[in-house]
Design a protein around this ligand. Structure first.
Ligand SMILES: Cc1ncc(COP(=O)(O)O)c(C=O)c1O
Length: 412
């Protein structure tokens, strides 16, 4: 099937297009739209299987437990984890990264240690490490980007050293699209010291790529369901089991304890150790359905469609001399294009585009240090998904000219 026909088939699954087929949704990196199959499966869980998991001796507690624990196995298979015990369900990638900071880093880092991150990190993988550095006295180091938004080997080699205790890096930038060779960086880090803990922020990677945590050999990996077709409020932390079981709990309460006495308690192993309180079973049902949907289309096909869309948009927008583009030219990238219309404020650009029924994001995209590094305060971002079309990109490109006309830029 031709790529255009394939996209048209896929579009039938998305209800937002029924509401207004002309509206162009290019804010997929913030959150994706949800296919009807995922919405139906989520409702079906609440209609037929809803209960509080783990702690009941009745049909509904059993069915919720089954949905939840089967979901854990599904996610473990999806990212090729060794065991379901390595999958912790949380609210989102942000919570997953904070769990590592609180439960691992605060207890293990000290003055003299170093944390290595990149300048293109989302605040959730940046402010979190600033906090750890401030609390422990460890030093926060940055990997900077070359002119094409890549981290060179030279840059990496000059920053990693025996004092580095944590390497925390994005697998795909939500602004410049860069997909660093995380596997190679992890290997290099482990060669410097096998004790370096490696953290991969895969929030913008998992929706577009097959992830194999065994092959990556990372210690931790975080992602959010809502960026990959599922409902909000469900996210995943992967962690190596032996490491997780050495860590303190993150939150304390029900469902994570072994024995509780008046003055002390003992805790279950991972994953229950890190899942205090009632969990988001409906979210897990939704995430499982999203994975089924992705599997049905095929993650390689998704990457292929999105790469073609992004390439098409990139080549068109690069030709416009009144636009500054920040996205890497490397076609191995996440499907995002960050840009500015010269002399225009990004919020004005986004508002005008919205009047033409085009949704793009504007602001710093939770990446202020990156924007400062690029020499701008903010940018616009168009981000694509496999249910977008080439015609939508044509329309977006055409209306950029209208933005200039309305703002009277370039007119004498
Ligand atoms: C690269 C990256 N990491 C982490 C996050 C945080 O995701 P969430 O807000 O779902 O926790 C985002 C969200 O945009 C992101 O783009």
């Amino acid at each position: 099937m031709l790529i255009k026909e394939k996209i048209n088939e896929i579009r039938k699954d998305f209800k937002y297009l029924e509401d207004d087929p002309e509206y162009i949704y290019f804010d997929n990196a913030a959150t994706t739209q949800k296919p009807i199959q995922v919405l139906e499966d989520t409702v079906a869980y609440y209609e037929h299987q809803n209960g509080n998991p783990h702690r009941g001796a009745h049909k509904f507690a059993f069915s919720a437990t089954e949905v939840y624990e089967n979901g854990r196995k599904k996610v473990a298979d999806f990212i090729n984890a060794n065991s379901a015990n390595e999958i912790i369900f949380l609210r989102n990638a942000t919570e997953a990264l904070n769990l590592i900071a609180y439960s691992y880093a605060l207890n293990n880092l000290k003055k003299g240690d170093e944390i290595l991150i990149s300048i293109m990190e989302h605040h959730s993988n940046l402010v979190t490490w600033q906090f750890v550095a401030n609390k422990t006295g460890a030093k926060l180091n940055y990997l900077y980007l070359d002119d094409d938004m890549q981290i060179t080997d030279q840059e990496f080699d000059s920053k990693i050293n025996k004092n580095t205790k944590i390497l925390a890096i994005t697998a795909a930038s939500n602004v410049v699209g860069t997909m660093p060779n995380v596997k190679a960086f992890i290997e290099k880090a482990k060669n410097v010291s096998k004790d370096i803990i490696t953290v991969v922020d895969a929030a913008q990677y998992v929706p577009h790529h097959k992830v194999d945590v065994k092959d990556l050999n990372c210690d931790f990996l975080a992602f959010s369901g809502h960026k990959m077709l599922s409902s909000m409020g469900i996210g995943v932390l992967y962690g190596k089991e032996e490491l997780l079981n050495t860590m303190d709990p993150f939150l304390y309460g029900g469902d994570m304890i072994e024995y509780v006495r008046e003055d002390e308690s003992t805790f279950l192993n991972s994953p229950q150790r890190f899942e205090a309180g009632t969990t988001n079973v409906g979210g897990v049902a939704s995430l499982v359905s999203a994975i089924n949907y992705i599997d049905k289309i095929g993650i390689e096909e998704i990457y292929n469609i999105e790469s073609e869309l992004c390439k098409y948009a990139y080549e068109k927008i690069k030709k416009l001399d009144y636009i500054d583009v920040y996205t890497t030219s490397n076609s191995h990238r996440s499907p995002v294009i960050a840009f500015n219309v010269k002399e225009a404020h990004p919020h004005d650009v986004a508002s005008i585009l919205d009047n033409y029924k085009i949704a793009v994001r504007s602001g710093h995209h939770c990446a202020q240090p990156l924007h400062r590094y690029l020499g701008v305060n903010a940018s616009c971002r168009a981000s694509f998904a496999f249910y977008n079309t080439f015609e939508e990109i044509d329309s977006f490109i055409e209306h950029l000219e209208d933005v200039r006309r309305i703002l009277r830029i370039g007119s004498k």
